[in-house]
Design a protein. Structure first.
Length: 273
């Protein structure tokens, strides 16, 4: 509808409603004053009553022709009190009313979260909302580890950098997926050999004792040689992760150990999916 002058500031209209606690009486008090009974629509047990005949009203006084009982349901709508606001009524705006790309980053909550989602908020920092990458662990050899020639040997990673769920055993060199923590895991591992004189050196990631990933270096010479790799594996609670190593120098060789977890190591973490 066209209009003259400035655009009205009040854009949304809703009607005030009052619920009554009924009893065996004909007299009630209104929340808002009215001129007469025609300014309200009165309902008793969900049936609209006729003004003047069934009730009269003046100011905040409501008078019924017949008394109600305590079991009656009674409410009124103030027809003469249309409440106008600049903001739309609560619950009236849905996704279809919001234009694409209309909400600025500065309007996003700095504390709001959504499961399994990371979003950029108004202060241009990332807010994590999907949880942490746990369990996570990093274990290593803190000292050299002997490996016999021609024998696939499980590595005992005897020290830890971190282990959030106490799921890594430094006595066996194994990580066991905790109860309720199954899912996709990113696993990484590596080994380093000093003065290798054989023709074949490899490392295997094993799941429940079965080979899952082999990393091999066939360099031959009296020098350092290393292997490393990573993978994503779908694991269940109780699955055991370990690593084996093999060398064929013809004699006993040693994997390099250190206190920086930089030479012979294994680690991993659960992915947020």
């Amino acid at each position: 509808m066209a209009y003259l002058g400035n655009q009205p500031a009040l854009s949304y209209t809703s009607f005030a409603k009052q619920d009554f606690t009924t009893s065996a009486t004909t007299s009630y008090t209104l929340d808002h004053p009215v001129t007469n009974e025609n300014e309200i629509a009165l309902f008793i047990n969900f049936v609209r009553q006729e003004p003047t005949t069934a009730y009269t009203a003046s100011g905040t006084s409501l008078t019924l022709t017949s008394a109600t009982s305590a079991s009656d349901d009674m409410y009124c709508v103030f027809l003469g009190k249309a409440v106008q606001t600049v903001n739309p009524p609560s619950g009236s705006v849905g996704a279809s009313q919001i234009a694409d790309s209309s909400i600025a980053l500065g309007k996003l909550s700095a504390t709001g979260t959504k499961d399994s989602t990371t979003f950029l908020r108004g202060d241009n920092t990332f807010a994590s909302a999907g949880g942490n990458n746990t369990p996570n662990f990093l274990a290593y050899r803190s000292s050299s580890f002997s490996v016999d020639s021609g024998t696939q040997t499980q590595i005992i990673f005897n020290a830890e950098v971190y282990d959030t769920d106490n799921a890594f055993n430094t006595s066996t060199g194994e990580f066991t997926v905790p109860s309720g923590k199954g899912g996709k895991y990113f696993i990484f591992l590596g080994a380093r050999k000093l003065n290798f004189s054989g023709s074949r050196f490899y490392m295997q990631l094993r799941v429940n004792g079965s080979n899952y990933l082999t990393m091999e270096n066939s360099y031959s010479g009296n020098s350092y040689v290393g292997v490393n790799g990573s993978t994503v594996r779908d694991l269940s609670a109780g699955d055991v992760i370990s690593a084996d190593v093999y060398q064929n120098s013809g004699g006993t060789e040693s994997l390099v150990g250190d206190t920086a977890a930089a030479s012979t190591y294994i680690g991993g973490y659960k992915l947020i999916t």
